[in-house]
Design a protein around this ligand. Structure first.
Ligand code: NAP
Length: 329
């Protein structure tokens, strides 16, 4: 039987790791992977020629780093981005690393574009082994999409929901496909409340971002709960705090304060690339991963809910997302 990746860590290592985890700053900065690599072996990743990955947000920061790393494992990467010049650059990086690049332009805020993207991918690939919802942004100003939704919600929830639904035949055609969604430490600060998800006049970028990231947790667990045994594995991946164009532009003070303590993009995507490279039979779904181990879904008592409430939240969110994405494209 394929071992669960969470069973490799010894008792002492687990104790040290949980102290680090509790410290937040130690866990999320570069200290996290530096210590954890010493506590437990981070095995070399296996090359996976022929594995197909759809990766959003491939043109910058973490996504760009992941694109090269997945290419270096021989994978075929559908690199999704908005900027054609940067898409060309990332395609060259994937090919130079040894992978196959299929660059695709799409503004993920626009559901019509997401529907078009899904059609193009479905016509190119008969199966998708890994779908990575990495694109994300913390937007200082409230903006709305062509469909009238607040943009943070559109990019983090509506577009992943639609893309996952439209690519379901390709995901089901793969051997136990993986859907990985990039989460954030900001998520821990907000409880889920569907009525408060799309912010209006009360909009604050950091709150809208944290609520959308919390809702991605609810979404991932709800979809995982609906999967039959041996079906698709859906997980959340936390990069820690990494130095990227996104962080330096949206959180300049934070970026300056942490400076060299921020992870490199390569350190930030290590767990994402590791999960993408696992054998199809290795179970990882329904969990949140950081530094190759599962981490808590809640940190603050005011955000914590029981499993039963989480399931109810998931039902309500999926129903809302189905309605909001119905008829796209
Ligand atoms: N860096 C960190 O410390 C950190 C921590 C926690 C979570 N995260 C998460 O990690 C992910 C990547 O962040 P990053 O730090 O690498 O930021 P980044 O450098 O700003 O990269 C974000 C990527 O998302 C794309 N994107 C944003 N809005 C889009 C849209 N409407 N349509 C298409 N693509 C869009 C961007 O495309 P363009 O190139 O066209 O802008 C870019 O490729 C995000 O989900 C972020 O929330 C990052």
């Amino acid at each position: 039987m394929t071992p669960d990746p969470d069973t490799r860590i010894s008792g002492v290592a687990r104790l040290v790791d949980s102290c680090l985890e509790g410290s937040v700053v130690g866990s999320f900065t570069r200290i996290g992977p530096a210590v954890r690599r010493r506590l437990t072996r981070f095995e070399e990743l296996e090359r996976r020629p022929g594995r197909t990955v759809v990766l959003t947000g491939a043109t910058s920061g973490l996504g760009r780093s992941a694109a090269g790393a997945l290419g270096a494992l021989g994978m075929t990467v559908v690199a999704v981005g908005r900027d054609l010049r940067r898409l060309d650059e990332v395609a060259m990086e994937i090919e130079a690393a040894g992978g196959t690049a299929l660059p695709e332009a799409c503004d993920l805020a626009d559901l019509a574009e997401v529907a078009g993207l899904s059609e193009r991918i479905a016509s190119m690939l008969d199966h998708v082994d890994v779908l990575v919802h990495n694109a994300g942004a913390l937007l200082a100003e409230r903006t709305t999409t062509p469909q009238g939704h607040e943009t943070t919600v559109a990019v983090h929830l509506l577009s992943p929901h639609l893309l996952t639904a439209r690519l379901r035949p390709q995901l089901e055609a793969a051997d136990r496909a993986k859907v990985l969604t990039m989460t954030s430490g900001g998520m821990y600060t907000e409880a889920f409340d569907l009525d408060q998800l799309e912010m209006g006049a009360d909009y604050r970028g950091s709150v809208a971002y944290a609520r959308a990231k919390r809702a991605q947790v609810v979404w991932t667990l709800a979809l995982q709960a609906r999967e039959p045994a041996g079906g698709i594995d859906l997980s959340l991946v936390h990069p820690g705090w990494a130095a990227t164009p996104g962080v330096s532009s949206s959180l300049p003070a934070f970026s300056r304060a942490l400076g060299p303590l921020l992870r490199t993009p390569e350190e930030g995507v290590d767990t994402l690339v590791w999960l993408s490279s696992l054998d199809p039979g290795v179970p990882h779904g329904g969990r949140l991963w950081l530094d190759r181990s599962p981490r808590p879904l809640f940190r603050l008592p005011r955000t914590r809910v029981s499993d039963a409430v989480l399931a109810e939240q998931g039902d309500a969110l999926l129903e809302w997302l189905d309605r909001a994405t119905q008829g796209a494209g």
